[in-house]
Structure formats: structure tokens, C-alpha cells
Design a protein around this ligand. Sequence first.
Ligand code: UDP
Ligand code: MG
Length: 342
Amino acid sequence: MPVTQKNVQRGAADRPTYSLVLPIFNEEAVLPILSKRITELLDNLDGPCEAIFVDDGSSDTSVIYLRELVRQDKRFKLIELSRNFGHQIAITAGMDAAAGDAVIVMDADLQDPPEVVFDLIAKWKEGFEIVYAKRIRREGETWFKKASANLFCRLLDRMTSVDIPRDVGDFRLVGRKALTTFQRMPERDRFVRGMFGWMGFQQTEVPFERPARAAGETKYPFWKMIRLAVHGIVSFSEKPLRAALWVGLGISLLAAFFGIYALFAWLLKADVVEGWTSTMVVVSFLFGINIFMTGIIGLYVGGIHAEVKRRPLYVVDRLNGFEREDVATGERRSGEADRRLA
Ligand code: UDP
Ligand code: MG
């Protein structure tokens, strides 16, 4: 048998069926229990598997812990990004490196319970390409967080034409086809949830109760959530832009009517000076609207600016535990993925 053939066969045998992807940002408090639970999970999966940790520029001891973990168990892999690129990009880096037929993304704080993975896999085996884990209850999250998350979901639903499932986070399983499609989406502004909603395929949901964080604190402070919400809306909806047009038009119509009224008032010699208050009201109102609309347009222009620079999405500092050399470099996005699809 020619050597190449043998190599191909060995390669196929080594290839995992399941890849777990876990983004890590300053999670030292939760890592000991996480690694235990993930090891259990890997032991119980019904096929070869790997767990890819993506260190998103942690400044605590997470990386040291993870490197040790990778040394002990060859199913564990670690991608160290060169700095903090944010949750969504960290997920992307992990999925780029995943070799499995089914890739499961989950949070590192055990808010996405490992047991649920079996349900996700069961659905995948039924033939679904994308399986979301849908939260039916959330524990240990503040009233404010739940309310704002709910508002965000509703808003997004209203604003976008893409079906973005409700009560769904980034805990999901995606098959190879969906993953390859994902890698052909080169956008910088990544709202991963929306991207999977956009691509179609057979999608379904598995319900689960979301427990409280196992340890440590949330890495999503209020301003980060706002940023994610704005990203989500701007990258999946043109409605704010269209609204800017209509609101602008409406306001200028009103202003025109008011101008005509003012003209008549002057012509008919009514008390013109009294109009100072209303003038100020109108001017400041218009000014406010103007700035607001410019801001909305700025968001989109900013998005375009980020896209045209064509920078890599992320920068890998160091790979641990990978045998494949061509793995996980942000530069190879889209072009390489296209070739692989062909
Ligand atoms: N995370 C990340 N980069 C960031 C922020 C968060 O990789 O800049 C990871 C974090 O380590 C965790 C996941 O994203 O595994 C979700 O974060 P978190 O649990 O803090 O969010 P929450 O559940 O509070 O929305
Ligand atoms: Mg969490």
C-alpha cells in the first residue's frame, strides 16, 4: 500500500467526531471544576473527541493551568490568542481549529451544562445541522441582566429579517456543512448567533435550565452587552438606516410646516417675538435628531471601515497540543475555506 494511502487512513482514524470549543477569559476560578467535568464528558462521548480551549488574552493564571492540562491529556488543545479579542472572535478561532464532524461551543463557566451536550448530539444524529440549546430558566443572574437580555432579544427580532432564535446563547452544536459555511463568512463584525441563523440548514432547539456560574464573575459587564446588542443589530439589519431616512424626512416636513406657519404669522403681523421659545425648542430638537441620525450612519460607516481593512480576525500567539500544522490562523479565513469546500 502506498505510504500516502496509509497516511490518509491514519489521518481519518485520528480525526475526532466531536470537537468542543470553550472560550476562556480570566476563568482561573472555574478551571479546576471545568476540566473535571469536561474530562467526564469526553470519556462518555460515543466517538473520538477533542476539547479546544481558546484563551482570549487572559491576564490571570488560566493559561498556565490549561497548558498543564494539554500536557496531561492529548484530547485537550489550547489556542492562545495574542490579546483579548472578545468572546465572539474567540469562539471563531476555536471553530476554525476544530476537526470534528460536529462542533459544540460552550461557555467555560458551566452555565452550559455538559450533560446537555448528549441531547445536542442526539438531535444532530437525527439529521439536524445546527442544534441550539435553549434556556428555559436562568438561575443566579440578576434581574437586570435577564430583563436586558430579554429586551435585546425582542429588539433584535423586530429589527432583523433573519431568524435569530430566542433565548439562545452561544451554546450550540454545528455540523461540518454549517461550519464550512461559517468559515466562508469573512465579516469582522461577528455576531455568531445571527450568522448561524442566517445560513439556513435544518435547525432545531434543545431546552435546558441554565444554572448559575460555577465560580468567578461574569465577563460581560453592562457595556459589553450593549456593544454586543449594537453589533447584532447593525450587522443584521438595515432598519436603523432606513429609520434615519424616514425620521429625517418626517422632521424636515414638520420643520417646513412650521416655517410656513412662521411666515404667515409674520405676514399677518401677529406677535412674532413671542416665538423665541418655540424656535429654541425646534432648533434644539432638530439638532438632536441630526446628531442621532449621523451617529447611526456612523455605526454603519465604521462597520464598512473595519471590513475594508481586511485584517485577520484574530492573532494566534501559541498553539498547544495540535498535531495539524495548518490550524487556526486568522489569515487563512475565507480563501482557504473556499478551497476546502471545492
Ligand atoms: N469570554 C471570552 N472573552 C471575553 C469575555 C468572555 O472568551 O472577552 C468567555 C468567558 O470566559 C466565558 C464565556 O465567554 O467562557 C461567556 O462569558 P460569561 O460567562 O462571563 O458571560 P455571561 O454568561 O455572564 O453572559
Ligand atoms: Mg456565564
